[in-house]
Design a protein around this ligand. Structure first.
Ligand SMILES: [Zn+2]
Length: 308
């Protein structure tokens, strides 16, 4: 009997480590006294990560919490809320969606039910409306109906064309949409007092970024530079751990510039799109998901450049 108890205890202790415990995959990163990153997995959406395969952020002000991106599902949003509770008892009063990708906004419903006001750029809301059906199909395949429980398409209460600013407690927030990047409505959130930048999907760290049909690699470069002009001391990317601007340049901007010039060269030498997979991207092999994304990115940039 004593042994049985012992084994039960060991089994319980091992459970979270085995990944059976959804939520174990989010990591809290403290940046300043009030600014935090919540870092999700770098891989794809799964039943375990509940669609939270991205990085989120939050800021604790004297008048409540501001959350940057609400997670990929209702239950994923609940996990994010649990992480915030580790730091403060204050409620989430505002949610900013930095873009139109699923993990930026499909947790909105959870926070709206609890009284939060949701803010996003007009272009992000239009993108969300246009792609929500496809996003639900993708999530039901990858996360499953259990993980999707309670998830609904809930759109922003307030939207803006290019700029939106507010002060909550004593904390100043400046949101900017400077053009299309990973998605048409990507925006970044700047905290001038903290010198912290939340870049959303404008920046990918440690993993290869994705250029998709909803992206524009050319203006993505300009948007990156517009964001970088604020000279953030700390940067919370859309994917990966919070880091420096220099690291963001290396993993995101330099790759975009490299990819576009490599594809341009390929086109100039008469290369056909069917051979674009042969493009040498080995210098970016250190980025995670390289195998699945490199060829697709080159193909997308090729298609884009044909129209430029
Ligand atoms: Zn993303």
């Amino acid at each position: 009997m004593k042994f049985l108890k012992y084994y039960l205890l060991i089994a319980l202790l091992l459970l979270p480590a085995a990944g059976a415990w959804a939520g174990a995959k989010l990591e809290l990163q403290r940046l300043t006294d009030i600014a935090y990153a919540i870092v999700g997995e770098l891989g794809n959406r799964s039943p375990e990560n509940l669609g939270n395969n991205a990085t989120f952020g939050f800021v604790v002000t004297a008048a409540g919490v501001v959350l940057i991106d609400s997670g990929g599902t209702y239950r994923g949003a609940q996990q994010i809320a649990d992480m915030i509770k580790q730091v403060t008892d204050q409620p989430v009063v505002r949610v900013i969606n930095t873009g139109g990708q699923d993990h930026r906004w499909l947790g909105n419903g959870y926070f709206r039910q609890r009284g939060a006001r949701i803010i996003a750029s007009e272009k992000a809301v239009a993108d969300q409306r246009q792609r929500s059906r496809d996003q639900f199909i993708l999530l039901s395949n990858l996360v499953g109906s259990d993980g999707l429980q309670g998830t609904e398409a809930v759109y922003a209460d307030e939207s803006f064309a290019a700029e939106f600013e507010f002060t909550l407690g004593d904390t100043r927030f400046e949101i900017r949409h400077s053009g299309q990047a990973h998605t048409p409505g990507d925006s970044y959130v700047w905290l001038p007092q903290e010198k912290v930048m939340f870049s959303g999907d404008i920046v990918y760290i440690e993993r290869m970024l994705g250029v998709g049909a909803q992206s524009n690699s050319k203006s993505w470069i300009d948007v990156f530079e517009a964001m970088a002009a604020y000279r953030p001391e700390q940067l919370v990317p859309g994917h990966g751990r919070a880091t420096t601007l220099a690291h963001a340049r290396k993993d995101t901007l330099d790759y975009l510039v490299f990819l576009r010039s490599a594809v341009a060269e390929f086109m100039d030498s008469g290369g056909d799109i069917s051979d674009i997979g042969s493009l040498d991207q080995s210098s970016y092999r250190y980025l995670l998901n390289h195998e699945t994304l490199a060829g697709r990115n080159a193909q997308q940039v090729f298609t884009e450049m044909e129209w430029e």
